[in-house]
Design a protein around this ligand. Structure first.
Ligand code: GLV
Ligand code: MG
Length: 325
């Protein structure tokens, strides 16, 4: 272990994160009753410029009037490069004091972006004598943000999670794709020809590098890595495949841009009973090994050691968190 201890952000379930446009009051009502772990009320890209002000009013009313007590509730404000952003922060936090858990900052590009919002939020919290401390969700969705992701992740003690915003990231990096997330048939390799001259096509995951880079930055700073949107709402299998690969890497959850994606995410990011049982057996076996003065033992023919016990504890802790929710 390093002498540097990583402080962990407050523990929250973040398997599914439902995006709801602030401009649609009916959607806001339905979101409060959904099975999503986290809901973010959007003032940014799902809201047209002409609706920005009315969406802000809707969101403040929804925070005050609806029951969000069973969820983590967040608001995505507009970017720091727009004049909407300061009013989003001031009006929402003053208009619905102590109602919000998190503030989502889109297109975070530098640590200074996070610092600026932290300053504003801190002043408002002091002025309103707020008792609920706001945490930050940061969307990493530009080349600049991905380059600076480590500094961004460390920029504020309010930081709780990093989100991979694949759509804006594709635009920012000028990736040759117009879909929101998902694979691209042109991102493939060909195997060498076999004896008959046949070659197989192996699709690659064009998002692997940014996903993995953001995961490391999040975990090295005690934050939750969360995967962003998958645009094809008629393709549950595609969604599940995308969610699974994030889950395998260590992601905590994925956005749902349609209510039908909530259960899919909750399923993928909940460990199965078999996984939890196996994890508990590893912990028991290692406890026994410890008593016998051994550092490693075999379980079902496979070597397990002190690292295995840490992996198993992560799994069991997640299962406990889900059971308590
Ligand atoms: C999310 O905001 C994205 O751009 O994918
Ligand atoms: Mg975006």
């Amino acid at each position: 272990m390093s002498f540097t201890i990583i402080e962990q952000c407050p523990p929250r379930l973040n398997r599914s994160e439902l995006a709801v446009p602030g401009s649609n009051s009916k959607f806001l009502e339905r979101a409060a009753e959904s099975a999503a772990d986290v809901v973010f009320l959007d003032l940014e890209d799902a809201v047209a410029p002409d609706d920005k002000v009315s969406a802000r009013h809707n969101v403040i009313a929804a925070l005050n009037d609806l029951d969000w007590s069973q969820k983590t509730i967040s608001v995505r404000v507009n970017g720091l490069d727009t004049h909407y952003m300061y009013r989003d922060v001031v009006d929402v936090l003053e208009g619905a004091p102590d109602k919000l858990d998190l503030l989502m900052i889109p297109k975070a590009g530098t640590a200074a972006d996070v610092y600026a919002v932290d300053m504003l939020v801190t002043q408002i919290e002091q002025a309103t004598k707020a008792t609920r401390r706001i945490g930050f969700e940061l969307i990493i969705e530009t080349a600049l943000g991905m380059q600076n992701v480590h500094e961004i992740a460390a920029a504020s003690r309010r930081n709780e999670s990093l989100h991979f915003g694949v759509a804006d990231y594709a635009a920012s990096t000028k990736a040759r794709t117009t879909s929101m997330g998902g694979p691209n048939a042109d991102y493939h390799v060909l195997t060498d020809p076999d004896e008959a001259g046949n070659r197989d096509v192996h699709w690659g995951d064009m998002w692997h590098y940014p996903m993995a880079r953001m995961e490391v930055a999040a975990r090295a700073n005690g934050l939750r890595p969360v995967d962003g949107p998958f645009g094809d709402i008629k393709d549950p299998d595609g969604y599940t495949a995308q969610a699974n690969r994030g889950s395998v890497l260590g992601y905590e959850g994925k956005w749902a841009i349609h209510p039908s994606q909530i259960e899919l995410a909750n399923g993928v990011f909940s460990p199965s009973e078999a996984e939890v049982t196996k994890a508990k057996r590893i912990i028991e076996a290692m406890e026994q090994a410890h008593k016998e003065g051994k550092g490693a033992v075999t379980l079902d023919g496979r070597l397990i050691d002190l690292a295995s016990i840490k992996q198993a504890e992560v799994m069991v802790k997640k299962a406990e968190q889900i059971a308590a929710s």
